[in-house]
Design a protein around this ligand. Structure first.
Ligand code: ADP
Ligand code: MG
Length: 258
């Protein structure tokens, strides 16, 4: 049952099972709150994202998922709480310093420049990511052969799935240690989602990346994630290993929509 597990601000650190008390918490979010004027979007969120793990943050539209990622990456200033990356307090670090610290954020919406080619989009993206060598481009093309095939095509000719691969590839150019992904599956066919999540899994397993995956599509996200964090109205309802959440029918019906 959901309510026998850790709740609210203490959820992640007190979480039993494989919830992560023993792992390497690369990204630590502690009692984080954020608001838009009088709208409280995050209310004391605590979670951690560990090296070599995919941590899925799940919840309905309006739960605060996007705000969480925007607050972690410095786009929204928190009204309270802390964010640590590898032990360093980055709560007040400027957004433009995050990439150098090892964090890449892929926002919702798959923003690419339609008139530029795939390759040009990667190169323009790399301008904001410090020095990026040829090896890094090769690595992205190796990871996403479909994108490599289309490197000279204009971005507006890409399918939704290809666009998603392009924006993830662009985020990987700086070799982040933590990757924040906002609703990568939105509007994509299940087969394409499975493909992208499969690639993500490979990447995490082979390179020890830490992924914080925000999804409304809880079923797909839990099938690839190690840990799940359920958000509702800006608060953590429960944190547990993905398999346990998947098996909790009551929780799925109440918060995850399947
Ligand atoms: N720019 C904004 N201005 C005012 N309210 C916002 C803004 N962005 C989000 N909100 C509100 O904050 C809450 C959380 O939104 P959001 O983080 O986008 O949730 P999610 O990504 O889970 O759908 C919602 O109530 C939403 O209406
Ligand atoms: Mg959102």
């Amino acid at each position: 049952m959901a309510d026998t597990r850790a709740h609210g601000a203490t959820a992640a650190s007190a979480s039993p099972g494989t919830g992560g008390a023993t792992g390497n918490a690369l990204l630590e979010v502690e009692d984080l709150s954020a608001a838009y004027g009088s709208v409280r979007a995050l209310d004391g969120v605590t979670l951690r994202a560990e090296t070599g793990r995919i941590t899925a943050v799940l919840g309905a539209n309006g739960a605060g998922k996007t705000t969480l990622l925007r607050t972690i990456s410095g786009l929204v200033r928190p009204t309270g709480g802390r964010v640590r990356l590898d032990g360093e307090d980055i709560t007040k670090a400027p957004v433009e310093s995050m990439v150098a610290k090892g964090m890449s954020h892929v926002p919702e919406g798959r923003g690419v420049i339609a008139e530029l080619t795939v390759d040009e989009n990667l190169r323009v993206g790399s301008l904001f990511r410090g020095k990026v060598g040829k090896d890094e481009f090769d690595r992205v093309y190796d990871l996403f052969p479909r994108i490599a095939e289309r490197r000279d095509n204009h971005a507006h000719t890409l399918s939704g799935g290809e666009r998603q691969m392009l924006v993830i590839g662009r985020a990987l150019l700086a070799r982040p240690r933590v990757l924040l992904l906002d609703e990568p599956s939105l509007g994509l066919a299940p087969r394409i989602v499975a493909q992208i999540f499969g690639l993500l899994r490979q990447l995490v397993d082979s390179e020890g990346l830490s992924v914080l995956l925000v999804e409304q599509n809880a079923r797909s996200a839990l099938s690839v994630a190690d840990i799940g964090v359920v958000l509702n109205l800006g608060r953590v309802v429960v944190t547990d290993d993905a398999r346990t959440l998947m098996a909790d029918e009551q929780l799925r019906h109440a918060y995850l929509g399947f």
